[in-house]
Write a protein that binds this ligand. Structure first.
Ligand code: 5RP
Length: 257
């Protein structure tokens, strides 16, 4: 792994503790103005001081994030689908490597849909993207999206995470589930967990705590932060858990809900 790749990864997974707090705000590429992201700039700005990196689309980055912000970018580079379209797994690569470089990103991210109708297309997207990004020292984060017909369990997520790693992803984003440690043990690259749909803050904090204590390097969390009644308090609490191993109970106590 060359210097550039290592340097970019270290901006996302902080070397001090090998942990990561990634704020995910890329949802609009297929969900549109989802709750909490109606005005992305207004949502994102107060949260940035507590995020290690920002997972974002090209459009929101260019239009809603100040270029003077000192925040490593994980650029969503897949899309071409929508919540009302034929099938969410019908994704393509939607950003060129040249534009990703122009945007000075620290990593790029795409989704794979193992077991879905367009599984092959999304896995081919990953392999092509990794081959291209390796040439520029840019790490690829693979999101193991779960098609509607799939069950989000350790058996399925282990399969999806391992396939992503085998195809060359440098970081994998998946979901926390029972027997999560089995997913970690069979995936040779770092794992971050998505928060998924909004759940009570106490449960989301426990999810983050359990995930990092069972081998995840951190979180790539969105809705459970920006849809909280106290988004800043929530990302601070997640950060305390991920970087200081604060208990979820103590972290929850600091929230102003
Ligand atoms: C949706 C994504 C999000 O980045 C991912 O799901 C994390 O966000 P959340 O914590 O809201 O699930 O891939 O496009």
């Amino acid at each position: 792994m060359d210097w550039g790749m290592k340097n970019r990864i270290s901006r996302i997974i902080k070397p001090e503790a090998g942990r990561a707090v990634m704020l995910a705000v890329d949802h609009g590429y297929f969900l549109g103005p989802t709750s909490g992201l109606e005005d992305p700039g207004k949502t994102i700005k107060p949260l940035l001081p507590y995020a290690d990196s920002l997972m974002v689309t090209r459009g929101v980055l260019r239009n809603s994030v100040d270029p003077q912000e000192n925040i490593p970018i994980v650029l969503r580079v897949s899309g071409g689908n929508s919540i009302v379209g034929e099938d969410l797994s019908k994704e393509a690569i939607t950003v060129s490597i040249q534009d990703a470089i122009r945007l000075n990103v620290s990593a790029v991210a795409l989704s794979i849909y193992v077991g879905s109708k367009y599984e092959h297309q999304t896995l081919k997207n990953l392999a092509t993207l990794v081959s291209e990004c390796e040439g520029y020292g840019i790490p690829v984060l693979a999101v193991t999206a779960v098609g509607r017909e799939m069950v989000r369990d350790a058996k399925y997520l282990s399969l999806a995470c391992r396939i992503a790693a085998e195809l060359g992803a440098h970081i994998v984003k998946t979901y926390y589930c029972e027997d999560f440690e089995k997913i970690v043990k069979t995936c040779p690259v770092p794992i971050v967990i998505a928060g998924g749909k909004k759940i009570p803050e106490k449960d989301a904090l426990k999810l983050a705590y359990d995930a990092v204590n069972e081998g995840a390097v951190g979180v790539d969390m969105g809705r459970n932060i920006f849809q909280s009644k106290d988004p800043v308090g929530m990302i601070k609490a997640v950060r305390d858990i991920v970087h200081k191993n604060v208990s979820p109970e103590k972290a929850y106590g600091a929230l102003k809900l």
